[in-house]
Write a protein that binds this ligand. Structure first.
Ligand code: ADP
Length: 483
């Protein structure tokens, strides 16, 4: 890995403003999914070190919360600027440990940093209320105060953005965090901490606990009553575990869990827009995002042309090592991810799906998979009920709007949905009928620090980003004053 500033590559955990190795210097390997090579050996911390991080966060949080919001915002702004100044190195670290094309990694650095910039501004706009009192000799007011120390657990598919989306509203509000990054991508998290340290974020405010034993680290956070909130992005299964484990200490929870995104293309859609939007949604990060289109519903009248054009566009995709110029799709994160894709495709084929292109591992070997389009999909298939997390576009045919909405909603998940139509009334009717936290109409990319991100049903609780995101880290205190 060639970096302009090699000191961004940290391999120890970051606790109380210092770099910390594990007891007996235990380490785990981080590999490059594009080559299978080991990139680094990172400190393998466990439950005891997680508790030490909480010990550090508690007093640090009190001092941080006592500073003015403007003061916190200025430190955050410095963090944002240093991330942007080091964006290329951070993108290289990200692509090397995660595999996404370097252009997508650059986009993620800017997107990730935007949350810091946004919440630094939002920190200064936290307001309580003065209410009209119902009692003549009493006055009613509210304050908003930080929840305290929070635990955060993040996934590998956005190694930078999923961290900043949680940490920046939290620290803007005056909280401190203990964060466990995914074991596949700890280097981006540690580089982010290095830059935060340089920016002057005080010791103990951002603690990064790297480790392989996620269940022990997670349980330690959930069981500790000094942690007042958990924020998690990852699988629904682990989200449920964390919620259960937090029941004993009744924490505030933000959970951004699995999706099973429908993408509906109506006859009246502009076909160029629909193809471009589907390609962007489906193949972003090789299909490994929780908002990637997972089920593509296409209306009768446009189905054949859409299938032909999507197949052509998929065949034109350049697959390879994300560091190479022009690559649009990198490797799948690991063997487990690859095997799930293979299981879904085999199941669809056995139940009657037709392979229009792809359908197999890529000739590059490793964990590369071909961009794939499957036609003739049905609701009996695994891909209907569960997200594939890979570059597989499954096409389902439908006739009426009601049928499309019913199929789209026929899932326990409710994160993102996409629709393509030129009819304004249909756009509103269908958007309102979809049981999803987010609807993206006539575009395949909607994520922004300004829009609220989150799901309903088994896709989770709470909203990240936007003017609402900071509320997740604030408590409302009611003050009643007798006069
Ligand atoms: P994915 O399929 O994206 O890896 P996971 O939910 O397994 O989704 O992982 C997301 C994050 O949750 C990672 O940081 C992982 O280490 C962590 N994790 C996995 N299992 C647990 C657990 N039992 N308790 C706490 N964290 C966990």
């Amino acid at each position: 890995m060639k970096l302009n500033d090699p000191t961004l590559l940290r391999t120890d955990a970051y606790i109380n403003g210092a770099w910390a190795a594990a007891p007996q210097d235990r380490r785990f390997a981080v590999t490059n999914p594009a080559t299978g090579e080991t990139i680094a050996e990172v400190a393998d911390l466990g439950a005891a070190e997680t508790t030490a991080a909480i010990d550090a966060a508690v007093p640090a949080q009190k001092a941080w919360a006592a500073r003015t919001a403007k003061d916190r915002a200025m430190v955050m702004r410095k963090w944002y600027e240093l991330i942007m100044a080091n964006a290329e190195d951070l993108a290289v670290i990200l692509t090397t440990e995660m595999g996404k094309p370097i252009t997508e990694a650059r986009g993620e650095i800017a997107y990730g940093a935007s949350f810091i910039d946004w919440f630094a501004e939002e920190a200064r706009r936290v307001c309580g209320d003065v209410m009209e009192s119902p009692i003549p000799d009493k006055r009613f007011l509210t304050f908003k105060q930080p929840v305290g120390v929070f635990g955060a657990i993040t996934p590998w598919n956005f190694p930078i953005a999923m961290i900043t989306r949680k940490v920046s509203p939290g620290i803007a509000a005056g909280c401190a965090c203990v964060l466990k990054p995914a074991e596949q991508t700890p280097l981006s998290a540690l580089a982010l901490a290095e830059v935060a340290d340089r920016a002057g974020i005080p010791a103990g405010i951002i603690n990064i606990v790297t480790g392989m034993d996620a269940p022990a680290i997670g349980e330690t956070m959930c069981a500790d009553d000094r942690i007042r909130k958990m924020t998690f992005t990852g699988s629904t299964e682990v989200g449920r575990i964390l919620m259960r484990q937090s029941a004993g200490t009744l924490k505030k929870m933000s959970l951004e869990l699995g999706g099973n995104a429908p993408l509906i293309v109506f006859d009246d859609a502009d076909i160029d827009t629909a193809i471009a939007g589907t390609m962007a949604s489906k193949y972003r990060n090789a299909g490994q995002t929780c908002v990637c289109a997972n089920r593509i519903f296409v209306q009768d009248g446009i189905y054949d042309e859409f299938a032909r054009r999507l197949t052509e566009a998929s065949e034109a995709m350049k697959v390879g090592n994300g560091m190479e110029d022009g690559v649009e799709q990198g490797p799948i994160i690991d063997d487990q991810g690859l095997e799930k894709i293979e299981r879904h495709v085999a199941d669809a084929r056995a139940k009657g799906a037709e392979v229009l292109t792809g359908g197999d591992r890529h000739e590059l070997g490793g964990t590369y998979y071909q961009p794939t389009v499957l036609a003739n999909m049905s609701s009996e298939m695994m891909m209907f009920g569960e997200e594939t997390f890979g570059p597989v576009a499954g096409l389902f045919r439908f006739s009426t709007d009601d049928e499309a909405v019913a199929m789209a909603n026929d899932t326990e998940f409710g994160l993102a949905a996409y629709i393509f139509t030129d009819s304004t009334s249909r756009l509103f009717r269908v958007s309102e009928a979809l049981e999803y936290g987010m609807v993206s109409a006539n575009t395949g990319i909607f994520s922004s620090e300004v829009g609220p991100f989150g799901g309903v049903k088994s896709s989770g609780l709470g909203r990240e980003g936007s003017k609402y995101g900071i509320d997740e880290f604030l408590e409302i205190k009611f003050l009643c004053v007798g006069i």
